[in-house]
Design a protein. Structure first.
Length: 401
């Protein structure tokens, strides 16, 4: 089996996923072109050598419909021989795109693949595709679906977490994110977004709040209490009768916010790297997916990570740094408890609570951030995991070269 190496990683800044966000004026296809241009120019890639482009995108309608990967290749002026594919693994779409690229390379069927994701939640709001998971009452009731915020509140209730505990984690995310930005930890990979005339639109992540504090966070209302009372709490208690009451503890302050952005990684074999003069930065050691039920969906990261570690013949002690997507505070804190992780190894430069969560791109962004931080600290092994709708989780382990 061949190894799959990461040769480069780029991303846009994360913009606010609302109409008043800085990246709202930028079409999703233009976000794609920003990172395609960067991945090509940074390594002087002859694009005819690229076998495929794989893009994650969750809400594939309208401006994000059809196939942005192939459209982006043509739009960026790449060689017409380069194919493209768009996938949807919900919040892990960008990471799964990278995993698929690694599988293609490891099989030997392809040599060089560009993979990542894109999402413009300010222009194409999540849920616009009206899928049956959450918008067909007959389907969602039968499978026990509840909104992810209710699932996060269920985790917090099951484990006896307090509102203060969740807010303290959210504050830490902002503090770490701001520290990383101020010290240039993202400079290696972040690509500024400019308009057609070259004027700067956004150069750094937009949503981090350096002045956030616990007092302010404590004043925010619960986000999911009303929707819980409209029937979803009853579904939870049917599925989990031991839970006397769902305590609604997640707010806009300790939950991920919508985001805009795009990210790409360059994945290839050893032989193509040598041929093109590329220097490998890391190899993708293993990837795994797993699932739990749709009610407590955000726990999917736990069996996915257990599966990945087992397949790699590793334990948690073998991982130097961890990136676990901050969909909400509770699933990250549950993950930390279950794997007995020191907080100084987990999401060390903040996460989606601070930055926002451009759902199709976040997985690739986390992998990029993890690789940069492993290099900065001269550490060896890192793990990325994302939970998502329907109960799934995806985990990837990388190892520096």
């Amino acid at each position: 089996m061949k190894e799959a190496y990461i040769y480069d990683a780029v991303r846009t800044p994360r913009g606010k996923g609302k109409k008043n966000g800085e990246l709202h004026e930028v079409k999703p296809i233009d976000l794609v072109r920003v990172v395609l241009d960067a991945i090509q120019s940074r390594s002087s890639l002859p694009t005819a050598k690229i076998d495929d482009v794989i893009l994650g995108c969750v809400t594939s309608i309208g401006e994000q419909g059809a196939n942005l990967a192939r459209t982006g290749v043509l739009y960026a002026g790449w060689n017409s021989s380069v194919t493209g594919m768009q996938i949807n693994r919900y919040c892990a779409s960008g990471l799964e795109a990278v995993n698929l690229a690694a599988m293609k390379v490891r099989s030997g069927w392809e040599q060089l693949v560009v993979a990542g994701g894109v999402e413009s939640m300010s222009r194409v709001p999540m849920g616009s595709d009206l899928g049956p998971l959450s918008y067909d009452p007959m389907v969602s009731t039968q499978i026990g679906y509840v909104p992810q915020g209710i699932g996060a509140d269920l985790i917090a209730s099951k484990l006896g977490m307090t509102r203060t505990e969740l807010d303290e984690y959210a504050l830490l995310s902002h503090q770490r994110a701001y520290h990383a930005m101020q010290n240039g930890y993202f400079d290696k990979s972040i690509i500024p977004v400019r308009d057609s005339s070259g004027m700067l639109i956004l150069a750094e992540d937009e949503q981090v709040r350096p002045n956030s504090d616990l007092e302010t966070l404590a004043k925010l209302p619960a986000s999911f209490e009303r929707v819980g009372k409209n029937g979803y709490d009853a579904i939870v208690q049917m599925r989990y009768p031991a839970i006397e009451k769902v305590h609604h503890l997640h707010t806009a302050g300790n939950s991920a916010r919508d985001g805009d952005g795009a990210s790409l990684l360059l994945i290839g074999s050893k032989s193509i790297g040598e041929q093109l003069g590329l220097i490998p930065r890391a190899k993708i050691k293993i990837a795994a997916s797993a699932s739990v039920n749709a009610t407590i969906a955000l726990e999917g990261i736990i069996p996915a990570t257990q599966k990945a570690l087992k397949k790699a013949n590793m334990t948690a002690d073998d991982i130097d740094l961890w990136e676990v997507n901050e969909s909400f505070s509770a699933p990250v804190l549950q993950f930390q408890r279950d794997f007995d992780l020191p907080i100084d190894k987990l999401n060390v430069n903040g996460g989606a609570i601070a930055f926002g969560h451009p759902v199709g791109a976040s997985g690739a962004m986390l992998l990029s951030t993890l690789l940069d931080e492993l290099e900065r600290r001269d550490l060896n092994t890192g793990l990325v995991s994302l939970c998502m709708g329907g109960g799934m989780g995806v985990t990837t382990i990388i190892e520096r070269c």
